[in-house]
Design a protein. Structure first.
Length: 76
């Protein structure tokens, strides 16, 4: 289970999947037959920075060996 606090600190999301879309990081929260329900988790100055943060999330998941993971999106 992956819990992420959004960049604006207004939401705590149980994300099923995390993706980078340009400068934004999005969390897939639920799925329907034809679409995924997503929420913006954070927006950064570049695609490269968004990818760095995605890697930080990956490392945090690895460190916890599949247990419940919490992650707070950085402001910048």
């Amino acid at each position: 289970m992956l819990w992420i606090a959004t960049q604006d600190k207004q939401s705590l999301i149980n994300a099923r999947e995390v993706t980078v879309n340009g400068k934004k990081i999005k969390g897939v929260i639920g799925t329907k037959i034809r679409y995924d329900w997503t929420k913006d988790l954070g927006k950064y100055e570049s695609n490269a920075r968004a990818l760095e943060i995605l890697n930080e999330i990956f490392i945090k998941i690895e460190e916890n060996n599949g247990a419940s993971v919490t992650f707070a999106m950085p402001e910048k």
